[in-house]
Design a protein around this ligand. Structure first.
Ligand SMILES: [Zn+2]
Length: 355
C-alpha cells in the first residue's frame, strides 16, 4: 500500500513515520484556482489523508491556462466537485471533501475548525483577512499564497507572539485590490501552489526548516525571489489590540483605494502624531542630509534597492527628499517590494522648511 510513496519514504527527513503523519493530516484548501489545484494535486499525490476543497466557482475557459487539473469538458462545471473527482482518480486512498459554496462569516469557523491546517488559495484580500482571522482565533496555522500578474507572495502566519496578517497587510495593497481583474501569467500560481504544498508537507512531517516570519516575494519578470522578515506590529489593531475587522458582505468587493499615500506639509504634524513609531527615511545624498534634515535614517535613492532589507516592513515609513520626486520613486520601489505602510512627503523639504 505504501509502494506509491516509495520515493518520498526514502527521504530520511520523511520516512515511514512522516508518511503516517501525512496520512493522519487534514488540510483545507480555500480556492480551487491556479494555486489551489496545484497544491491539491501534490498533497493528494503525497498521501495527505484528508483534503477539503472550498470553491463556489464554475470553471470558465479563461481558467484553463493556469488551472491545469481541469479539462475542456469540465467548462461550466463546479470546480470543487471536478477537483474532487480528478484528485480522487489520482489517489483513491485518501478522503476528499468538496464544499461547492462561498466562504462567509457565518460558515468560516465551522469549516476551518474541522481541519488541522489551512491553505489560503483565494483571490481577494477580504477573503484572506477572514480566513486568517478565523485561523488566528482557532489557533490554526494559516498558509498564505497569492499571485497577481507577474508577482507572487507566500507566507505562514502562526503563533500569537509572531506578526499576523494584519501586521504585514494593514490595508489591502494597492496592486492587489481586485479579484483577478489584472491578469496573471499561468505558471506563477503553479509555482506558488508548489511552494505552499511543500511547506505544508514540511509542517506535517517535521522535515527541514519552515519559512517563518518572512514574506517571500517572487517577481517572474526579473525572476527575483526575496524574503522580507516581518515582526509583530505593536500597534496592530487585530493581534495586539484584539479588535476585529469589518468584512464587506461581498468579500470580493472592489476596494476603495485610499485617497493617497502622499503626506502634505499641512498633514505632516498629524502624521507624526498618528504614527509616532514611524521611520523618517531621507533618500537624498549624504551631502544634502548633512546640510539639513528632519531626522530619521538616510538611505540615498540609488542605494535603496540593495539596502531594502535594512528596513522593517511592519514599521510605518515616511520617505522624504528635497522636492518630492525622489521620495515618490522610493515610495514606488518600497510598495513594489511589499512594504504596505509607506508614505511619502509631498513636495519634500523645499515646501516643509519654507513654512
Ligand atoms: Zn497583527
Amino acid at each position: 500500500m505504501l509502494t506509491r510513496y516509495t520515493q518520498q519514504i526514502k527521504l530520511e527527513e520523511i520516512g515511514t513515520e512522516g508518511q503516517k503523519k501525512l496520512e493522519n493530516a487534514s488540510v483545507l484548501c480555500i480556492g480551487a484556482g491556479g494555486i489551489g489545484v496545484t497544491l491539491l494535486s501534490y498533497l493528494a499525490g503525497a498521501g495527505v489523508g484528508q483534503l477539503g476543497i472550498l470553491d463556489d466557482d464554475l470553471l470558465e475557459e479563461t481558467n484553463l491556462h493556469r488551472q491545469v487539473l481541469y479539462q475542456e469538458s469540465h467548462i461550466h462545471q463546479t470546480k470543487a466537485l471536478v477537483a474532487q473527482m480528478q484528485l480522487q482518480a489520482l489517489n483513491s486512498k485518501i478522503k476528499i471533501h468538496a464544499y461547492p459554496f462561498r466562504l462567509a462569516l457565518e460558515n468560516a469557523e465551522q469549516l476551518i475548525s474541522q481541519y488541522d491546517l489551512v491553505a489560503d488559495c483565494s483571490d481577494n484580500f477580504y477573503t484572506r483577512y477572514l480566513i486568517h482571522d478565523t485561523c488566528f482565533r482557532l489557533n490554526k496555522p494559516y498558509f498564505y499564497a497569492s499571485a497577481y500578474q507577474f508577482k507572487g507572495h507566500y507566507a505562514l502566519f502562526y503563533g500569537k507572539e509572531n506578526g499576523c496578517f494584519h501586521c504585514v497587510f494593514p490595508s489591502v495593497p494597492k496592486t492587489m485590490k481586485q479579484c483577478q481583474s489584472g491578469g496573471v501569467i499561468g505558471t506563477l500560481p503553479g509555482l506558488l501552489g508548489i511552494i505552499q504544498a511543500t511547506e505544508l508537507i514540511k509542517w506535517i512531517t517535521g522535515a527541514g526548516t519552515l519559512l517563518k516570519n518572512k514574506l517571500l516575494t517572487i517577481d517572474f519578470l526579473s525572476m527575483e525571489f526575496k524574503n522580507y522578515e516581518f515582526i509583530k506590529n505593536e500597534g496592530c489593531f487585530f493581534c495586539v489590540h484584539g479588535k476585529s475587522m469589518e468584512y464587506p458582505e461581498d468579500l470580493c468587493t472592489l476596494v476603495k483605494e485610499p485617497d493617497s499615500f502622499a503626506v502634505t506639509t499641512h498633514e505632516f504634524p498629524d502624521f507624526l502624531k498618528q504614527y509616532p513609531e514611524a521611520l523618517l527615511l531621507d533618500v537624498r545624498t549624504h551631502e544634502e542630509h548633512e546640510a539639513r534634515n528632519i531626522g530619521g535614517t538616510l538611505i540615498p535613492i540609488d542605494e535603496l534597492e540593495s539596502r531594502v532589507t535594512e528596513l522593517n516592513p511592519s514599521q510605518p515609513i515616511l520617505v522624504y527628499c528635497y522636492s518630492g520626486q525622489r521620495s515618490r520613486r522610493a515610495f514606488d520601489l518600497l510598495r513594489g517590494a511589499g512594504f504596505s505602510l509607506v508614505y511619502h512627503l509631498e513636495k519634500g523639504l523645499s515646501k516643509l522648511l519654507a513654512i
